[in-house]
Design a protein around this ligand. Structure first.
Ligand code: BGC
Length: 715
């Protein structure tokens, strides 16, 4: 449909029809029989017309159902405007990929794009038009359960992943490519900084930090073309995001030039009342529409009060018309006016969970698993007798939160995966609880450990321990698992611990294992991917995208922290410096860290010159050699520190990375270019610019083990 036709369509709409476009309801309203619609649904006080004409639906999938719902919708819609179907496809539809935090740990942007492309395909054939992904909130506090949805603690890495996700979901021709879906970037803004890691809690940060660290990844997603933005539940500078005019009208729309759809998070418009900025639903509706929220998800402040607010001239009808236009434009950009069923096709649903998709999910899972420790125990050898024990050994709870359509029954457990690798396996027959294992299960595990050369002890969190509303104050492994580790160690100390988790953990209690593998939640192919790493079929290449604390007391802990006036520089004996009395300042496993079965050596860091001018660039190079007899992948990381700034600067910031494959004995020279634009930061007046002066450039395998050199930026 042509743009002018959309405007004409709006002219034909009644005030009520326009307001209905702004309402998003869950699938239950359309798929459940009327008599089942009791409780919250009937309490919303919506008329049949409101429900019939609501502009979008959340959480409906399945081609047959989607086609049926759209058909019935269009039969009754006076102007023939199709509905929009949105859903949370966060790390896969039915073929589940590693959680986003794990994808971040792959440092492999092509892998992320591939996962988004496959997710889009499976979702699109099932009738979904929009995914509520990517979630690009910067995260620094592993107590927050939603860190699993983010790609981590670094603005640069998050931005690159944000772009990769959007590209993979949307492709290059959304209107005609019905295997793609529109991307909704979330949660704008700074949801990842909930105080004390408690979900839905207040966020309080300076505007400079917001702009410097938190906003770049949303902006990167928008520059990659994301069609929608979701508000966040938290406050930003004392004002809940969903009613925050500065955030949406000034920053998102004016500064970033975003002209797509803004949708509230679930119930967030009405939550302006308990937040204490709106007296009632009417005031909440006014705040949200004025802030620039186009769609209200699952509450009815707009439905009940927008028309009234307009009639009494409390708000300008143009605000409503603009919102409706953006929603219709999105429908049009998805080709829905011409093809209301879009990609939905029962026949094409055959692609779901196909061999090819599972294969890709396995490859990507391998890339996202991180080897944290290895005291010459891994890889396992086929002929060794290996006991695979612990609560996660035979568990199919490997998908992670936000895997709505994923089925545990389709997932590969570690034991199942291991059977394809090892020839001599011992595993239990008892089911093993994560928190309260039975005595007989523990006894059996001990017996198996006694008989084995080596033990793979599979531990971790269950799916419900991370994700939304799953904050934890103690991020160690459940105590029963630590007890189990201790017992096993008394009979066999050749222990490899594998961990499934949705967050970095405090690993005290099991950190003297001979090897530790962080597998995150790897998705449907979990066991195959993890076993491939254990037996060395795949050489681990994952690198942490979020720091692992030594203890929860250090949290929030992140590598790119600001410099202080009393930095801890030498020994821990100094008293009056910024430090703890009882724990170091450092992460147990820092950002960027991960081991390989290969042995990579870095040659000297070289700069082609030591001064840089704004119209030139400088080349940093380092030669990396694989000193082992096995080929592997290394992620060479580039960091910069601005030694003197107008405002304080982080002690290091990631500015680039390159993944290289090195065969046994092979060397490669990696080159990075540094230019003035990379050295800009948010100044006192919020402008992004650089300052002439000295900078440290650092290159290495992770954010801790770096070689340094200095260069100067000239005017
Ligand atoms: C979450 C969003 C999600 C929405 C719809 C909310 O509770 O915060 O991330 O997209 O629900 O399911």
């Amino acid at each position: 449909m042509k743009q002018e036709n959309l405007s004409q369509l709006i002219e034909q709409m009644t005030l009520e029809e326009k307001v209905d476009q702004l309402l998003q309801l869950s699938a239950d309203f359309y798929t459940k029989a009327a008599e089942e619609q009791t409780g919250p649904i009937s309490e919303l006080g919506l008329t049949d017309e409101n429900i019939q004409n609501a502009g979008s639906i959340l959480g409906l999938a399945g081609a047959k159902e989607a086609i049926q719902v759209q058909k019935e919708y269009l039969e009754k819609n006076r102007l023939g405007i199709p509905t929009l179907m949105m859903a949370d496809i966060v790390h896969g539809f039915q073929t589940i990929f590693p959680i986003p935090l794990a994808l971040g740990s792959s440092w492999d942007l092509e892998a992320a794009e591939k996962m988004a492309e496959i997710s889009a395909k499976e979702a699109a054939v099932s009738g979904v038009h929009v995914t509520f992904s990517p979630m690009v909130d910067l995260v620094r506090d592993p107590r927050w359960g939603r860190v699993m949805e983010s790609t981590g603690e670094d603005p640069y890495l998050n931005s690159r992943f944000a772009e990769a996700f959007v590209k993979g979901y949307q492709g290059t021709d959304l209107k005609n490519d019905f295997f793609r879906v529109a991307a909704c970037v979330k949660h704008f803004a700074a949801y990842g900084a909930a105080l004390a890691g408690r979900d839905y809690n207040t966020v309080d940060m300076s505007e400079r930090t917001l702009r410097e660290s938190y906003l770049p990844s949303y902006q990167a997603a928008l520059e990659a073309g994301a069609k929608l933005v979701m508000t966040s539940f938290n406050t930003v500078d004392g004002i809940p995001a969903t009613g925050n005019k500065k955030l949406f009208r000034d920053i998102l729309r004016k500064e970033f030039g975003f002209d797509g759809v803004v949708i509230s998070d679930w119930g967030a418009v009405k939550e302006l009342i308990p937040h204490g900025v709106a007296e009632d639903e009417k005031a909440a509706a006014k705040l949200a529409i004025e802030a620039g929220v186009d769609i209200e998800m699952m509450t009815t402040c707009y439905s009940h009060f927008l028309a009234e607010l307009i009639k009494e001239n409390s708000i300008d009808e143009r605000l409503l018309d603009e919102a409706v236009l953006r929603i219709l434009e999105l429908k049009n950009e998805l080709g829905l006016f011409e093809h209301p069923h879009r990609g939905a096709s029962e026949e094409k649903e055959a692609v779901i969970l196909s061999e090819e998709h599972r294969k890709q999910a396995c490859e990507i899972a391998k890339k996202s698993i991180v080897l944290l420790k290895n005291e010459a125990i891994l890889p396992l050898k086929k002929e060794e007798k290996i006991a695979i024990i612990g609560p996660a050994a035979a568990s199919q709870d490997v998908l992670g939160a936000w895997s709505w359509q994923g089925k545990m029954a389709d997932a590969i457990s570690l034991v199942t995966g291991a059977k394809k690798q090892g020839d001599n396996l011992l595993y239990g027959s008892e089911s093993f609880d994560y928190f309260h294992p039975s005595d007989s299960a523990v006894d059996e595990a001990i017996l198996l450990a006694q008989q084995a050369d080596k033990v793979v002890l599979a531990l971790g969190e269950t799916e419900w321990m991370s994700g939304e509303a799953a904050s934890r104050s103690d991020i160690t492994l459940p105590s029963a698992q630590i007890e189990l580790f201790k017992k096993i160690k008394t009979v066999n100390d050749q222990i490899v611990v594998t961990i499934y988790s949705g967050r970095p953990l405090d690993l005290r209690g099991i950190d003297d294992a001979k090897a530790i593998i962080e597998a995150w939640f790897p998705g449907t192919e979990a066991g195959n991917a993890l076993a491939a790493i254990l037996w060395g079929e795949y050489n681990p290449s994952g690198r942490l995208s979020m720091s692992f604390p030594e203890s929860v007391g250090q949290v929030p802990i992140y590598y790119n922290c600001d410099s202080t006036g009393r930095p801890l520089e030498t020994t821990n004996d100094e008293k009056y410096v910024s430090k703890y009395l009882d724990v170091s300042n450092y992460a147990k496993y820092p950002f960027g860290f991960g081991l390989s079965y290969s042995d990579f050596h870095y040659g000297a860091l070289e700069l082609d010159k030591d001064t840089l001018t704004p119209d030139d660039f400088l080349t940093v190079s380092v030669t990396v050699t694989n000193h082992s007899d096995i080929s592997g992948t290394e992620t060479v990381q580039l960091y910069v520190r601005d030694l003197v700034g107008e405002v304080i600067r982080p002690v290091k910031e990631l500015k680039g990375f390159k993944q290289i494959n090195l065969k046994a004995g092979e060397s490669k020279t990696v080159r990075f270019t540094i230019e003035e634009a990379m050295l800009r930061y948010v100044h006192r007046d919020f402008r992004r610019q650089s300052d002439p002066g000295s900078f440290e450039v650092m290159v290495g395998p992770n954010s801790r083990d770096l070689q340094k050199a200095v260069f100067k930026l000239m005017n």
